[in-house]
Write a protein that binds this ligand. Structure first.
Ligand code: FAD
Ligand code: NAI
Length: 485
């Protein structure tokens, strides 16, 4: 016996579970299928983000930052800490509890919104022609098999694919999660390694490198590109690199990684450095963080002729429509930045489009945050992008060194930078490196959504003393009239 639904969502990560909830809010009969298992074999919805991504990494970043502060910075505040110790098992356990709270929260939300949850792998079986037992008379539906504890057959009028992404491995070097780690293994190393290597100084490399450095590992990051954080505004990336160097996070740029050998004693990485010299990095553990690949494994895309691109991503248009009628795809499995909030926005927009509404995602105002210390956050265009496009712009920066709240916090690294159109003053990009950049960037996103000018921000009253005053001052600096610097 098959079960019929208006909308079936395959994948319960941020793209999928949010799409399911929004579709249910709009009055549809919705199913969500997710295969992630917790350590007891039970359901663990929330995808990469909740289980081995955003949430656990932020939990460990927070814990490790407390540890570093207690050891290195409390003394500046006149707080003496004697006998500081690290209970790594407890720290990892706390992280697992935070993850479970999020898994349980999603199961609760499914119940609250009457979304039928199926624990297992969903795959396309076939398109059901009109009039052959489907739910709709005209367009035809899709038959989806769920391979879980019990096998189920579901029929859906609309299918939303949100199957996410997987870590990319170095060619010929599979993850064993013991010594060669993906993001999964990187979040559950049982003892602080004496020496830790990372391949790739992107977002994961910097966040996970920071966690384990703060906990006591000697960390070396090998990066293929000659520039550090190439997608980030150059001035901001330079400032961040200075801070990481000072912390002792060793980042080697412009390397070419060769043979990687894992043995009982650890991992040996042969590489050529930027000068072309042959080098070897010997470490206890190696995290490979060189990007992620869209996940369509076992989806049965071929069974219905769903079009994938050469990277394996599902081909979609700006509205997340795939090559097939009533099949949609959102999140990491399609083009665009691999970010949880981008996946969520696409999920909401698709549910609304299915309901005949005009869901919309503005890709120009998707913020990026790297949760290191200092945090790095940005929205819109970088100075190098504006230069390359030939657009005339004005820039204004304000350092946290001149911000009273940052001084009180004892964290004055970094700056806020505004880029605005030279003629209209419309904000084109905002870039922050420094304390709480992750929270400060929200003001810039709102401003850009409303197509505000830097003068708009400069004339808004900001609370004193607050880090957000640095945002106002950077906006004032666009017109060369910062007040406190
Ligand atoms: P996913 O979260 O990957 O979810 C897909 C789900 O579908 C999974 O549960 C998977 O098991 C399931 N699935 C796949 N195929 C099937 C199938 N056939 N049947 C049933 N279920 C299936 N982004 C941020 O915005 N902020 C951060 O701080 C951040 N930190 C990150 C840290 C790390 C270490 C990593 C790896 C990623 C991080 N990301 C972060 C990126 C973020 O996790 C992803 O962009 C986000 O999870 C994408 O959501 P999604 O719904 O597209 O896919
Ligand atoms: P990434 O794309 O951010 O960085 C990968 C880095 O590896 C790049 O700098 C690249 O030049 C380098 N690289 C690639 N191949 C290499 C090789 N063979 N040798 C040496 N260097 C090599 O990818 P990462 O860090 O794996 O993260 C994946 C994605 O997950 C991110 O792009 C982001 O979308 C998401 N994410 C988001 C976070 C956030 O929002 N805070 C946190 C973590 C991940």
């Amino acid at each position: 016996m098959s079960k019929n639904f208006d909308v079936i969502v395959i994948g319960g990560g941020p793209g999928g579970y949010i799409a399911a909830i929004r579709a249910a809010q709009l009055g549809f009969n919705v199913a969500c299928i997710d295969e992630w298992k917790n350590d007891k074999g039970g359901p663990a919805p929330g995808g990469t983000c909740t289980n081995v991504g955003c949430i656990p990494s932020k939990a460990l970043l927070q814990s490790s930052e407390h540890y570093e502060h207690a050891g290195k910075h409390f003394a500046d505040h006149g707080i003496e800490v004697k006998g500081l110790g690290l209970d790594l098992a407890k720290m990892l356990g706390r992280k697992d509890t935070v993850v479970k709270q999020n898994n349980d929260g999603i199961l609760y939300l499914f119940k609250k919104n009457k979304v039928s949850f199926f624990h297992g792998r969903g795959s396309f079986v076939k398109a059901v022609p009109p009039g052959e037992g489907g739910t709709s008379g005209s367009t035809g539906d899709y038959e989806i098999k769920v391979a879980g504890i019990a096998e189920e057959t579901l029929i859906g009028k609309h299918i939303i694919v949100a199957t996410g992404s997987n870590a990319r491995a170095l060619p010929g070097v599979p993850f064993d999660e013991e010594s060669i780690l993906s993001n999964d293994g990187a979040l559950r190393i049982g003892a602080v390694p004496k020496k830790l290597g990372l391949i790739g100084s992107g977002v994961i490399g910097l966040e996970m490198g920071s966690v384990w450095r703060r906990l006591g590992a000697e960390v070396t990051v090998l990066e293929g590109l000659p520039t550090f954080l190439g997608a980030v505004d150059e001035q901001i990336a330079k400032e961040a690199k200075k801070a990481f160097d000072k912390q002792g996070l060793k980042i080697e740029l412009g390397v070419k990684v060769g043979e990687v050998k894992a043995g009982k004693k650890g991992v040996s990485v042969a590489y050529t450095n930027a000068k072309g010299e042959a080098q070897t990095l010997d470490v206890d553990k190696l995290i490979v963080s060189i990007g992620r690949v869209p996940n369509t494994i076992g989806l049965g895309a071929e069974a219905i002729g769903l079009k994938l691109d050469e990277r394996g991503a599902i081909v979609v248009d700006d509205d997340c429509k795939t090559s097939l009628p009533n099949v949609w795809a959102v999140g990491d499995v399609v083009r665009g930045p691999m970010l949880a909030h981008k996946a969520e926005e696409e999920g909401v927009a698709v549910a609304e489009r299915i309901a005949g509404q005009h869901g919309h995602v503005n890709f120009n105002t998707v913020p990026w945050v790297i949760y290191t210390s200092p945090e790095i956050a940005w929205v819109g265009q970088t100075e190098q992008q504006l230069k390359a496009s030939g657009r005339a712009y004005k820039a204004g920066t304000f350092p946290f060194l001149a911000n009273g709240r940052a001084r009180a916090l004892g964290d004055t690294t970094g700056m806020v930078k505004f880029l605005a159109d030279a003629a209209t003053d419309e904000i084109l990009g905002v870039h922050i490196v420094g304390p709480m950049a992750s929270e400060l960037i929200a003001e810039a996103v709102v401003a850009m959504e409303f197509r505000a000018s830097s003068e708009d921000i400069a004339r808004i009253c900001h609370a004193h003393p607050s880090l957000s005053e640095a945002t106002k001052e950077a906006a004032l600096a666009v017109d060369k009239r910062a007040l406190n610097f």
